[in-house]
Design a protein around this ligand. Structure first.
Ligand SMILES: Cc1cc2nc3c(=O)[nH]c(=O)nc-3n(C[C@H](O)[C@H](O)[C@H](O)COP(=O)(O)O)c2cc1C
Length: 351
């Protein structure tokens, strides 16, 4: 059996495969995470959630903390630069049901770094460690940190910071070895991941450019990382996860693609409401229907439609066999647990 299907542990949290679904802002909604688990990801992660938004009980932010029973194990990622606020956010995230509290020390976007958060923290080890320690002390679940190699091209700052973060209480580290400056250009230099693995005694997750089973195996072999993280390759393409974890490279039929997309649309509408979901979903149409699965004009047509119901109708017309598959998918979905409703009113914003 390939190592990719083996489980591993983050302290007392068992992760049933070596593939972690990446946190992606504007992508990693609950439907995406549930789908990732269904296709074989051992661990899924929410997109980055602002600790200030949590502190201010911002309703949209709190929406990110909805956890369903079929997502576990699940990490919820928080970002911020104030240790006290991050600790408080960590407590909320744990109360919401996260198995791991993940911290974002890698976001390269200026709006985030100029507040001292995200990738800025790789350049500010004292603050990075203070945050890690505060969060680790505030929660009983394991805490993890996800970082880039550094801010500047060629930076190796992550190798200095990694061991300090472990000392401060991080139970797992994820490295995306591009610089913040690089954004998504160039390639992820996993020789740094290998160096980080040799420097720390906690599991390391390798993130960046893992798009196939062959690549996943070569990254695990070359780095000694405990797991690989898959991001862009899984956008509108959960079959990539299946290929990586199980070696199952059968291409989905049109009906399967349409069924997954319809299910994803419906779940997302339930999560975000029709108004937010209809804009949010547009990028997914191209992602799902690309790869030569449907003709280009069809994708363009879907993007023009006004309601998600029209999108579903159009997909069913193009692939009638999808209807039975969608029913099957809907039957197997457990009710979503909106744990926030069970929280004290002061947490949910009332008091
Ligand atoms: C649209 C998008 C949004 C992302 N948002 C986050 C985020 O919220 N938190 C985070 O730690 N990384 C985020 N990332 C980075 C990914 O988690 C991952 O590290 C990166 O995409 C490299 O992996 P890949 O080559 O498999 O995509 C994002 C990436 C993309 C493409």
């Amino acid at each position: 059996m390939s190592v990719l299907r083996e489980s591993w542990w983050i302290r007392d949290v068992e992760v049933p495969s070596r593939v972690v679904l990446a946190p992606m802002a504007g992508v990693s909604v609950q439907a995406f995470r549930r789908q990732g688990r269904r296709f074989g990801a051992g661990l899924v992660c929410s997109e980055m959630v602002s600790c200030a938004g949590i502190e201010h009980r911002n309703e949209k932010t709190l929406g990110y903390l909805r956890v369903a029973s079929d997502e576990h194990p699940l990490a919820i990622q928080i970002f911020g630069s104030d240790p006290r606020m991050m600790a408080e956010a960590g407590r909320m995230v744990e109360a919401a049901g996260a198995d791991i509290v993940d911290m974002n020390f890698g976001c390269p976007v200026r709006k985030v770094t100029k507040t001292g958060a995200g990738a800025h923290l790789i350049e500010d080890p004292a603050l990075a460690c203070a945050i890690t320690e505060a969060v680790a002390n505030a929660v009983s679940v394991p805490v993890s940190v996800k970082m880039r190699r550094g801010v500047e091209d060629g930076s190796r700052k992550c190798l200095e910071l990694g061991p300090q973060l472990v000392e401060a209480g991080a139970a797992v580290l994820t490295l995306h070895p591009r610089s913040a400056k690089q954004m998504y250009t160039g390639y992820a230099d996993h020789t740094l991941t290998a160096e980080l693995v040799s420097l720390v005694d906690v599991p390391v997750i390798a993130s960046g450019d893992v798009t196939s089973r062959a690549k996943a195996e070569s990254v695990l072999d070359a780095t000694g990382a405990a797991a690989v993280m898959v991001g862009r390759a899984a956008q509108g393409n959960p079959w990539a996860i299946q290929e990586i974890v199980f070696g199952d490279d059968a291409q989905p039929s049109r009906e399967e693609v349409a069924a997954e997309l319809i299910h994803f649309v419906r779940e997302t509408v339930r999560e975000l409401g029709e108004r937010r979901a209809s804009g949010f979903l547009k990028k997914f149409y191209a992602w799902y229907l690309g790869h030569g699965r449907f003709p280009k004009p069809f994708k363009n047509e879907l993007v023009q439609l006004h309601s998600t119901e029209e999108v579903v109708t159009r997909l069913l017309a193009a692939a009638p066999g999808a209807a039975a598959l969608v029913e099957e998918l809907e039957r197997n979905v457990p009710e979503s647990e909106v744990l926030l409703e069970g929280m004290p009113i002061s947490i949910y914003g009332g008091g």
